[in-house]
Design a protein around this ligand. Structure first.
Ligand SMILES: *Cc1c(COP(=O)(O)O)cnc(C)c1O
Length: 474
């Protein structure tokens, strides 16, 4: 290292070594709680950062103690944390889709130890993990049998693999959907070892199109895919499920319905446009219907296949089923969530995703105003002692690739942040628990449709810290 004559000595030369710091009483106390190897590694990382200039050189022993404590706290923060969703997107895929009902959380905690996953408590003999949610799914869909697997995509892949590996799968041109995250129908068909046979056109597919393709032979299944995340209008025509079932029965070809969302109450009860439910597919006579556990069903990540005894048995006996099976904690959460639907009114109140969809704006407004009172100037839009916060109307999305056209009226608390918007959003994300909000033109937007009742205090606390931290540009 070279140094110009007369320049200050490089402060980095005075950085103490690990051996010296590790003997300090404050460091010993950290080692007592964190363990020697772990704390030493954290200390090394701090000293590396100081040497390389990523951290400023502390000018005191206490400065090093502070840096190390911060590094330990950072490293001990779990990678996966619960967050407050202030984005207004109810089934936010990046935030874990459906928030679970209290009953489901309790059941999952209860199943986390030993559980009778594959054990029959009545006989004391071996049981099947696939039995747990079956009675409820049968009751709620009218299907004769069902099996739950890891997720919706897995359920579709399992159905296709079990029925059409080495054969053709008929799909309407208008249903070659990408669900998101790499789940594209043509690729799923290919991954199932089947051959994609597209029928009809993008906007119109008739029964005769399917009939012609079936007549071609070598068909393993007819797959109907619900357009859950986009809509089509204008000169369109699609073949009804019942017509496909009729055709399938004549030709001896099973019909599989990829429904997606798994809504188990009527969409009218949620004030949303018509959306098919699994019971509709079952009563139309499909062999299997596939739907997700963590979309509008509001449960843990899972995929459910419901249908005829024969079709479910065929899916269950395929080796892929074992690879896609649910763990005990998921099964417990799914069962508890499904139980809430025995009484649809109860489900609307206790399944958080449904409750959020149905929450009246007046309630959201009351909660937003309560937070504004805590953090801001009561005279809306005028700068007072606290933050400048206003309550406004907006629109939320259901999300999770469902109800693409639906906009739910909502209430947004907007906080003026000016040039500090990005920094403040980052501070909210660094809060414990993190608050995930959106920014727009110098304002931070908090949508109360997805903030769970009871979380207002935490949101207000996180905002108050921003206020205390200082200035908002304008
Ligand atoms: C969401 C969806 C899937 C995939 O379900 P995951 O639970 O996300 O795996 C498959 N098909 C349709 C139509 C969907 O909407």
């Amino acid at each position: 290292m070279t140094r110009a004559v007369g320049a200050q000595p490089d402060p980095r030369r005075a950085i103490p070594g690990v051996d010296r710091i590790i003997e300090r009483p404050w460091c010993r106390r950290l080692i007592e709680s964190g363990g020697r190897a772990w704390i030493t590694a954290r200390l090394r990382s701090v000293l590396d950062d100081v040497r390389s200039g990523r951290l400023p050189v502390p000018d005191s022993d206490e400065g090093y103690a502070e840096l190390l404590r911060r590094e330990v706290a950072r490293a001990e923060t779990p990678s996966l944390q619960g967050v407050i969703n202030a984005t207004g997107v109810i089934l936010h895929t990046n935030l874990g889709r459906a928030p679970l009902a209290v009953e489901a959380r309790r059941a999952m905690a209860g199943a986390a130890g030993y559980g009778n996953v594959e054990f029959d408590l009545a006989t004391g003999e071996r049981g099947s993990r696939y039995d747990h949610c079956v009675t409820l799914v049968r009751e709620l869909t009218g299907a004769r049998d069902a099996v739950a697997v890891n997720n919706g995509a897995g359920a579709v892949a399992l159905a296709l693999t079990a029925f059409s590996a080495g054969k053709g799968v008929l799909v309407s041109h208008g249903e070659l959907v990408e669900i998101g995250g790499g789940f594209r129908i043509p690729e799923v068909v290919e991954a199932a070892g089947a051959r994609l046979v597209t029928v009809g056109t993008t906007n119109r597919t008739r029964r005769a199109d399917y009939a012609r393709a079936v007549a071609g032979g070598g068909v393993g299944a007819i797959l109907k895919v619900h357009r859950s995340n986009f809509s089509m209008s204008g000169f369109t025509e699609e073949t009804e499920l019942a017509e496909l079932v009729e055709l399938g029965a004549e030709a001896g070809v099973p019909v599989i319905h990829d429904l997606g969302s798994g809504l188990l109450v009527s969409s009218a009860a949620l004030g949303l446009p018509d959306e098919p439910v699994p019971a509709d597919s079952v009563s139309a006579g499909v062999d299997l219907v596939a739907f997700s556990g963590d979309k509008l069903l509001g449960g843990p990540q899972a995929g459910i296949l419901a249908g005829t005894k024969e079709a479910v048995a065929r899916a269950k006996s395929h080796p892929l089923c074992r690879a896609l099976r649910c763990d005990k904690v998921t099964l417990a959460g799914l069962e508890a969530t499904l139980s809430l639907y025995r009484d649809p009114a109860r489900a609307l109140e206790q399944v958080p995703a449904l409750r959020m969809i149905a929450a009246p704006v007046e309630e959201l407004e009351r909660r937003a105003l309560a937070v504004r009172e805590k953090v801001g100037d009561l005279r809306a839009g005028r700068k007072g002692g606290g933050l400048v916060a206003e309550v406004e109307r907006g629109e939320s999305l259901v999300g999770g690739g469902t109800f693409p056209d639906a906009r739910l009226p909502t209430v947004i608390l907007r906080v003026r942040a000016g040039a500090a918007t990005d920094r403040w959003l980052a501070s909210l994300r660094a809060h414990k628990p993190p608050v995930v909000a959106r920014g727009r033109q110098g304002w931070i937007l908090l949508d109360f449709r997805t903030i769970t009742p009871g979380e207002e205090v935490i949101v207000a606390g996180a905002l108050a810290e921003l206020g205390a931290a200082g200035e908002a540009g304008s």
